[in-house]
Structures are given as C-alpha cells and as structure tokens.
Design a binder for this molecule. Structure first.
Ligand code: Q46
Ligand code: ZN
Ligand code: ZN
Length: 306
C-alpha cells in the first residue's frame, strides 16, 4: 500500500476515505482535519481559553498534542480518581499527563478526588446506594461535576473531551437500542454553554479510534498503556466490537451512522438539545453552586451524604 500523496510506503489505510498515507503525511493530515472540524462546527477560536480533560490515555494526550501544534491556548485537567490502588492505575496515569505537559511547557491542573473530597471513587461506590458494581456511574458523575466546575470557576471558554467516532457510535448504538431520546439528543459535537454548564466540545468526534491511536504512536506520545480496570467487560466495549465487525464488512459504516445522526440532530428529529435536566430546573446546589434537579444538594454533593 502506497501513500496517496507521495507514493512512499503507507503506514495507515483509511478505507472509509479510500485514503492511505505515509507517516509524514498522516501526521499532517490528522491536525489539518481537526482544524477543519473546529471550523466546520464552529467549535472555538484561537482567542478562546480551552480546558482539555486529560486521562493520561492515548486519545486525550493526542488531542492535547494536536491543539498544541495548532497553536490553541489549551490547558489540561487531570482528575485523580483513586482507581486501583494496588497497581497504581490513577498514579501512573497522572505521571503520564504530567510528563506530557512538562515536555511541552503546558499547564496541567490536577484534582485529586480523595484529597479534595475525602474518599476515592471506588470507596464512594462501595458504600453508595448505587452499589459496589457501579464504580463507573459514580466515576462518570464525579468527572462531569469536576470538569464542569473547574471550567466554569476558572473562566475557560470551553471544556474539550477526546471522544472519538468509536465512542460516539457505541453511545448512539446503545441509546438507539433503548430508544432513549433524551440521551440521543445529547450526542452533540458541540454543546453550547447553559446556565451552570460550561460549553462542551469534542474535536475528535469524526476520527476512528485507530486513527487517534496511530497518531499517538507515530508521534511517540508516552501514554498509560492499560485500560481502566473497570472498563473491561463494559457495554461500551461490547458495542464497539460489534461496530468494528460491521465496519470490516462495510467500510464507512461507523462514520455514516454518526454523520447521518448529526444531520438528524440539525433537522430537529430529536427533542431540543439539552444539557442534563438540571438546566431546566433552574435550581442551584446549596453546597457547590452547580445546577440541581431537586432538593438542596446536587447529585454529586448528595453522594457524600449517603
Ligand atoms: S475511568 Fe471511570 Fe471510565 Fe474507569 S471507572 Fe469507569 S468511568 S472505566 S471512562
Ligand atoms: Zn506520503
Ligand atoms: Zn453540589
């Protein structure tokens, strides 16, 4: 397989685009495409202060690297969840994020959940009504809360996550099987700011996971190699594997699924794009000041009361 631009040996073949590229041209192509998506979806500009949610994994570090190369003002935020104390999963992930930032002279904010709130995510999950097996639901709630609060408190224009097309397509498939319209209405590429909520953007939403992974590897970015232990066996992974089987047979399936969905969102097929229900309630948590649906405390602050 030869690079379409220069005829050298290709390192990647993107069947959905009928495009094979060599290392040099792929490392140019991915940032160029990112810039194109940023403009196409009116995501942000060079004058905006951006906050990137960084996990120490390949996707988020690749995103931060691309933004840095494209000269955007992007700081990182790492949330230490206290996961897998024995193998030091969270500690190791933090090290990768810190090293990445240091090498590029970028600013990394760190929130340590245990130090700041007194308990790690697995500890909260173990005693919460959500049950021992629900670490991911506690984790998701805590991350959303901390990312949003930090972005707002520190005056960032937008909060960026590195969700890729595989993540988005798996989310769509899962919610389509449930016909969960409120969730389907939230599969945005850009979610505008709302009272109490920061603007949220996914600049990598049109890249396949293998493309962002190839970028991280070819750029020699050091990232935490293992997955979070709680991700193993998740529904999300199951849907990703199924989608990959379809993609093998019919290249472009994932991309079409997602792009046609974005078009349907624009046409108003789904209910009005909304943040969580909290926006609609207009009430604020008496402890942290973030929106809440009911009662005095928001869902995050309530976790510490249980
Ligand atoms: S970090 Fe957290 Fe994920 Fe780990 S505990 Fe689950 S939600 S799997 S993206
Ligand atoms: Zn080439
Ligand atoms: Zn609160």
């Amino acid at each position: 397989m030869r690079c379409r631009k220069c005829g050298e040996k290709a390192v990647i073949n993107m069947r959905q685009h009928r495009l094979a590229l060599c290392k040099e041209h792929f490392l140019e192509w991915l940032p160029e495409q990112t810039e194109r998506f940023i403009r196409k979806y009116d995501m942000f500009s060079h004058t905006d202060r951006l906050l990137v949610a960084v996990s120490g994994g390949k996707d988020s570090l690749a995103l931060w690297d691309v933004l840095w190369k494209l000269d955007y003002q992007a700081d990182g935020l790492y949330v230490h969840l206290g996961i897998d104390q024995e193998t030091g999963y969270s500690d190791r992930s933090e090290d990768y994020a810190r090293k990445f930032a240091l090498e590029r002279n970028l600013k990394l904010l760190v929130v340590n959940v245990q130090e700041q709130f007194g308990e790690s995510i697995p500890q909260i999950a173990a005693r919460s009504r959500r049950g021992q097996g629900k670490v991911c639901s506690v984790c998701g709630l805590a991350k959303r809360h901390i990312f949003n609060q930090t972005a707002q408190a520190q005056g960032y224009s937008a909060l960026l996550t590195a969700h890729n097309l595989d993540d988005e397509a798996a989310f769509l498939l899962s919610n389509t099987l449930d016909w969960s319209l409120p969730r389907l209405a939230r599969g945005f590429a850009v979610l505008p700011a709302a009272p109490g909520f920061a603007r949220k953007v996914k600049p990598f939403c049109r890249f396949y996971e293998r493309e962002t992974a190839a970028y991280a590897i070819l750029r020699e970015i050091a990232y935490v190699p293992d997955e979070c232990p709680y991700a193993i066996g998740s529904k999300q992974l199951f849907f990703k594997e199924d989608l990959n089987r379809w993609e093998d047979e019919m290249p472009g399936t994932k991309l079409r699924f997602y792009l046609n969905y974005l078009a349907a969102l624009d046409e108003g097929v789904f209910p009005e794009r909304q943040e969580e229900d909290e926006v609609l309630s207009g009430k604020l948590c008496s402890r942290c000041g973030q929106p809440t649906t009911a009662g005095e405390l928001c869902a995050f602050c309530r976790m510490f009361e249980e």
